[in-house]
Design a protein around this ligand. Sequence first.
Ligand SMILES: C[S@@+](CC[C@H](N)C(=O)[O-])C[C@H]1O[C@@H](n2cnc3c(N)ncnc32)[C@H](O)[C@@H]1O
Length: 198
Amino acid sequence: MRNPDSERSRTRRFLSILRHYRSQYAAWEASGQRLYRETVLGAWASSRPEHLYYFFRGIDLSRFKLLVDLGCGDGVVACVASLFTHVVGIEIDADLCRAGRDASVVLGLESRVDFICGDFTSQQITKADCLFVYPDKPLARLEAILTEAAWRGTLLVYGPHLPPERLKLWDRRSCGRERLVMYTTPSGSGRSAPGLRP
Ligand SMILES: C[S@@+](CC[C@H](N)C(=O)[O-])C[C@H]1O[C@@H](n2cnc3c(N)ncnc32)[C@H](O)[C@@H]1O
């Protein structure tokens, strides 16, 4: 059963994250920066914190030990997910990565979230039991990495636009027009997907 005190405290912390990102986006727009940009390995656009919070509560993200956000952009997913579990955000763009790290410090989340500025395909991502991706390109390379490692965790894919082709669909959630779809590798049985009930 959920503890109402910790739920209230988590909601308060979530509202601080929401305020932080809203004011950051307003400041970026006021200074002429668009909320979409090309990066050296893809394109940045950010997930919506309200939807993330809804999804992460719904699937009880706290059942996972470590979530890695593959291409974490400005850190919004990492910050929201850190209310539930330990998180590492990996992002190739140094400015976005810095924005994520700064947000985690301002919001007092730095003990639960780390950021790595680099290419996630060269990191040990299969150590995580949960991976998150908001794809900016087809997921074939990621699928190959996970399948070759016989990874048995859960991949959360935000949005319906670029679904994995070789992974097993495990569960699907909606919030308005937003989607979060959960996958395992062919070697991971649904039963072994940590923390998720079919
Ligand atoms: C659509 S954005 C998603 C940002 C964030 N996950 C979110 O949901 O708000 C995709 C991000 O992945 C980054 N990216 C793409 N390929 C990458 C790679 N191989 N290593 C690290 N970052 C990568 C891009 O630079 C971009 O910032």
